[in-house]
Design a protein around this ligand. Structure first.
Ligand code: DHB
Length: 387
């Protein structure tokens, strides 16, 4: 198979990139090892920055995001038994949208297929070759196990945190700057009405909890747990107890729990984001801890930078923006890395935390909520820097 841009990964990054390229008249092939059903049903994040929503809407990638999503103009930070509203709209004049990632993916897949995109599910990339030539190739096997080679002018690794494209860019599948955390999130989906109007990010002596939402009847909640936790080892009553004790001062509205998972996380930035004619976007390039909901939004930001660069390269033969891709994208990536690290450390309780650490943390939280500048930094970062 021969195409202009070979894209590994049909997640938000890969699909949005193919969508934008098609708009500019540049053909691409998108492959993903998963089935369409898997992609469309896997529960992931839920928060879109205002700029992400504007991009999805303006490019026709999702017409439903505004009508089916829910605008949120603030969050609650809860600690020491009290809630403090961070008023995004009042502080920075922007908001976020609650619209699950798999809904974004359904919209994008439908839009791409309607646009005649060559989009292949069940196709596993093995490796990328020829990064330093002008004919890079993806070596893959198709759904029947038959070999498939895709030759392109440019290859993009949008293949997530276990990227196979990364090796062609950095020389190693794992090499990068990273930080591990001594905790994970226990996530549940339940049938219940929302417990509050807005999301609650709560720090308590027992650890962090996030009370998020999905719809009027389905809620998503998380609590800090040990990374080795077995998700089946808790009864529903124990899960409600764990959640409730981590949001003191709020009463959760309970209901049947129909999904549970343990999410391990880390901070990661690949040592290189591009080599020759191969580039990484989204989780293949970097992962952030979930606190603050930056993951998918950062993937969208990478794609906007790379898409501009690919247009210049493939339509005008101008290599300058591709040469600058990593440097340009990394400015936002490290800001988002900092914000995600900061929210994570400010709100979770490390297993070895001393009394000093606990009291300092409450001091940090107070210094944010009691200062308009502190609240405004959080609001600006959470709703997203300009794209
Ligand atoms: C959700 C996840 C996040 O990481 C976050 O910061 C907010 C919401 C969610 O899944 O709803």
């Amino acid at each position: 198979v021969r195409t202009r841009v070979a894209i590994i990964g049909a997640g938000p990054a890969g699909l949005l990139l193919s969508h934008l390229l098609a708009d500019a008249g540049i053909d691409s092939v998108v492959i993903d090892s998963r089935t369409r059903a898997e992609i469309e049903t896997t529960i992931r994040a839920g928060i879109l920055e205002q700029g992400t929503v504007e991009v999805l809407e303006a490019t026709g990638a999702s017409e439903r995001v505004r009508s089916a999503g829910n605008r949120h103009d603030g969050i609650e930070l809860r600690f020491a038994g009290e809630g403090h509203r961070i008023d995004f709209a009042g502080l920075v004049g922007r908001g976020v949208w609650l619209y699950p990632q798999h809904e974004v993916l359904k919209d994008l897949i439908a839009a791409r297929l309607a646009g005649g995109q060559d989009l292949r599910f069940g196709v596993s990339a093995q490796r990328v070759e020829g990064a330093d030539t002008d004919r890079p190739r993806v070596i893959a096997t198709d759904a029947d196990g038959a070999p498939l080679e895709i030759e392109a002018d440019f290859v993009v690794g949008a293949d997530g945190s276990r990227s196979v494209a990364r090796e062609a860019v950095t020389g190693s599948s794992t090499g990068g700057y990273f930080r591990e955390y001594p905790f994970a999130w226990f996530g549940i989906l339940c049938e219940a009405p929302p417990s509050a109007e807005e999301l609650i990010y709560s720090n308590s002596p027992d650890g962090f909890a996030l009370i998020s939402q999905r719809s009027a009847t389905i809620q998503r909640m998380y609590f800090q747990c040990d990374p080795e936790t077995d998700p089946t080892a808790f009864s529903e009553a124990e899960l409600w107890d764990a959640l409730q004790t981590r949001v003191p001062g709020t009463t959760l509205r309970e209901g049947p729990i129909f999904q549970r998972d343990v999410l391990r996380f880390r901070s990661f930035v690949a040592h290189e984001l591009r080599r020759g004619r191969v580039a990484l976007v989204g989780d293949a390039a970097h992962t952030v801890p979930p606190t603050g909901a930056k993951g998918m939004n950062l993937a969208v930001a990478d794609v906007l930078v790379l898409e501009r660069a690919l247009r210049a390269l493939l339509q005008e033969g101008d290599e300058r923006l591709v040469d600058a891709y990593a440097q340009t994208a990394l400015r936002r990536i490290w800001k988002a890395q900092h914000f995600s690290w900061w929210m994570t450390n400010m709100l979770h309780v490390a297993p070895d935390a001393s009394e000093f650490d606990r009291l300092r943390q409450v001091g940090e939280l107070r210094s944010v909520v009691e200062s308009e500048h502190g609240r405004a930094y959080l609001a600006e970062a959470y709703t997203g820097w300009p794209l």
